[in-house]
Design a protein around this ligand. Structure first.
Ligand SMILES: *Cc1c(COP(=O)(O)O)cnc(C)c1O
Length: 376
């Protein structure tokens, strides 16, 4: 927390706007929209809810296909199932670890031939790194398929000087506890389509028709953010740039200490983009002495919460039926990143001495002579 959250919460108490909506919600929406350069924003109860609303607004329904990045958290794709549609997963490419334009092109080509284009493409900006949006938007525009940017992890990142999440038809952000800023739980849907965000407000508040009695012609949701939590969000927005600096500094320290090891490759930052470095992620080459799993196990034994990279969704039991397009015919980039990737502790409040301890432990684990037995 920044310390100013209590002030905004107090304002909500003083005005007695505790229940959904109120001045903090309005202000938080404006502040986020201004920050990312979008015309409109609506604050909601989670990033997942924001994705669900976007799909709903695009008319995604039973039997439709929606394309989605495969290397991501499960919440990117679950709303596709909420709508009774099917995901088609698109592999990563090596330069950004995000959606491969090559795989996307093959998938769109096939879909066009079958006469069943997707209703939307959900592009994830993993760990703060923006995807190759020019290539992706060009393909999607060519086939007239709207793009939803899952920028849950990339608030404050930029792609060619534009905000990550403000380039597609819709963008979503998350304020879950683990994200770069948090409202304890919450999300935001942004768009330049003012009418669409008006419609989102309607759907997110139970789709109540304009009548004195309670009348409903459409299926709605209860997805709005509370005015108390929006107060937390306002204070968090004031420190977003500090948080990004802190995370980028953490990345730089890891990089300076570890990049010279030939077994280690850091997640790249694509030219023309700036990552918020939400998490520092790296891969261990396949010829390294210790495997990624062994290193993670050593870190765990030292009470360090390093994590593997997201498990690709096309490998998840939940999505085993789903179609998937690889980057190359024989090249599966997300699977390789999953096997070799490690996310290092990257909290904005990570102390320098703690980071040095993590680095020390990582170096030892990398060159451990005794094989480590994995404890399951
Ligand atoms: C956190 C996250 C979400 C979901 O956001 P919630 O606010 O937790 O619902 C979606 N996509 C990605 C990539 C995320 O990291």
């Amino acid at each position: 927390m920044s310390g100013k959250e209590q002030t905004y919460i107090q304002e909500a108490f003083d005005s007695n706007w505790i229940a959904p909506l109120g001045a903090n919600v309005d202000a938080f929406e404006k502040e986020v929209a201004t920050y990312v350069g979008a015309s409109e924003a609506i604050a909601v109860s989670s990033g997942t809810a924001a994705i669900h609303l976007a799909l709903s607004l695009l008319g995604v329904t039973i039997g439709d296909n929606v394309f989605c990045s495969t290397l991501t958290f499960v919440a990117s794709a679950n709303p596709i199932l909420y709508q009774g549609a099917q995901p088609v997963f698109i592999d990563s490419e090596p330069d950004t670890w995000n959606m491969s334009p090559l795989a996307l092109e093959r998938a769109l080509n096939d879909a066009a031939k079958e006469g069943k284009l997707p209703k939307a493409v959900i592009v994830v900006h993993l760990y703060g790194q923006s995807a190759k949006m020019d290539e992706i938007l060009m393909l999607c525009n060519q086939y007239e398929v709207p793009v939803i940017e899952d920028a849950a992890e990339s608030l404050g990142s930029t792609y060619k000087r534009k905000a990550s999440g403000a380039l597609g038809k819709f963008g979503i952000y998350s304020f879950n506890g683990n994200k770069i800023i948090t409202t304890s739980g919450g999300g935001m849907l942004v768009s330049n389509d003012i009418h669409a965000i008006q419609q989102a407000r309607f759907l997110a508040t139970q789709a109540r028709d304009q009548a004195h009695h309670y009348q409903h012609s459409q299926l709605g949701y209860n997805y709005r953010m509370s005015n108390l939590l929006a107060g937390v969000g306002r204070a968090q927005m004031e420190v977003l740039n500090d948080r990004i600096s802190a995370r980028r500094k953490i990345f730089d320290t890891y990089y300076n200490e570890l990049a010279h090891f030939q077994e280690v490759d850091f997640m790249p930052e694509l030219l023309g983009t700036s990552s918020n470095r939400w998490l520092t992620a790296l891969t261990i080459n396949e010829d390294a002495f210790s495997s990624t799993r062994e290193i993670l196990e050593v870190m765990r034994q030292h009470n360090i919460e390093a994590r593997p990279v997201w498990k690709p969704l096309h490998l998840q039991p939940l999505y085993q039926e789903a179609k998937y397009y690889s980057h190359g015919i024989q090249e599966h980039v997300a699977e390789k990143l999953f096997r070799s990737g490690i996310c290092l502790p990257s909290g904005s409040n990570l102390l320098e001495q703690d980071q040095l301890y993590i680095i020390d432990c990582f170096k030892k684990a990398l060159h451990m002579k005794e094989p480590v037995r994995e404890m399951v």
